[in-house]
Write a protein that binds this ligand. Structure first.
Ligand code: FE
Length: 215
């Protein structure tokens, strides 16, 4: 099977947040969809290895912050490429709390849900949530997963359902390239990577130039 066919499905980019006891935590997901309109319900798919999964299980609540094309890509670095187990992901982002759950300010809309069902798969839990609150924020279009790949030049975290191993994904190995060792962002600027200032940081995860690896 050509797994690249899954790239022809449309996805967004979302931060799914929940509570770890009294602490806010969350992760990036690209699989969220509306299931019914009355009562309004949505489903999200969260990898078993994401700390957020067990926290949703315990709290019975989650929120979906819908990222927009203008959302700071650093948010994807923070929420998509670090674990909430040992990181306070909300330490440096602006958010507000709705129904007890943190919602990012830097998004184009959000939904706050209570869990009303779930389905287990080999790797992911699909949580079904009934929306308790929700609103649109600003007028910037939602970030699609294609936009994230093609414009932001971001990659899939390993836990994403859409993750495809690099060897299957890349048509052919080209000449050397510099790749962020944290989020796997591939530098493609006009200035040779070696000539970038030391102050250069990864545009996706904000890690320093020293974290890049030549491949
Ligand atoms: Fe990075």
């Amino acid at each position: 099977m050509n797994r690249n066919v899954f790239r022809n499905l449309s996805y967004g980019v979302y931060v799914i947040s929940t509570l770890d006891g009294e602490r806010h935590t969350g992760c990036v997901a690209n699989s969220a969809m509306q299931i019914t309109s009355s009562p309004a319900s949505i489903a999200v798919s969260i990898n078993h290895d994401n700390y957020t999964n067990s926290c949703i299980e315990k709290s019975g609540k989650f929120a979906v912050s819908i990222l927009s094309e203008s959302t700071d890509p650093g948010i994807i670095g923070t929420f998509g490429f670090q674990s909430g187990k040992n990181t306070d992901k909300f330490a440096d982002v602006k958010y507000h709390v709705s129904g007890g759950i943190a919602v990012l300010d830097d998004c184009c809309g959000y939904l706050v849900c209570k869990v009303i069902g779930k389905l287990e798969t080999a790797t992911h839990t699909i949580f079904l949530g009934e929306a308790l609150d929700g609103d649109t924020v600003g007028r910037t279009p939602a970030m699609t997963y294609a936009y994230y790949h093609n414009v932001v030049k971001g990659k899939s975290p390993k836990n994403a359902p859409t993750y495809i191993p690099e060897e299957e994904n890349a048509p052919a190995a080209s000449s050397e390239k510099w790749v962020c060792g944290i989020c796997r962002y591939e530098y493609d600027g006009d200035v040779p990577f070696e000539e970038l200032p030391d102050s250069y940081v990864c545009p996706v995860c904000k890690q320093p130039k020293t974290k890049f690896i030549k491949q």
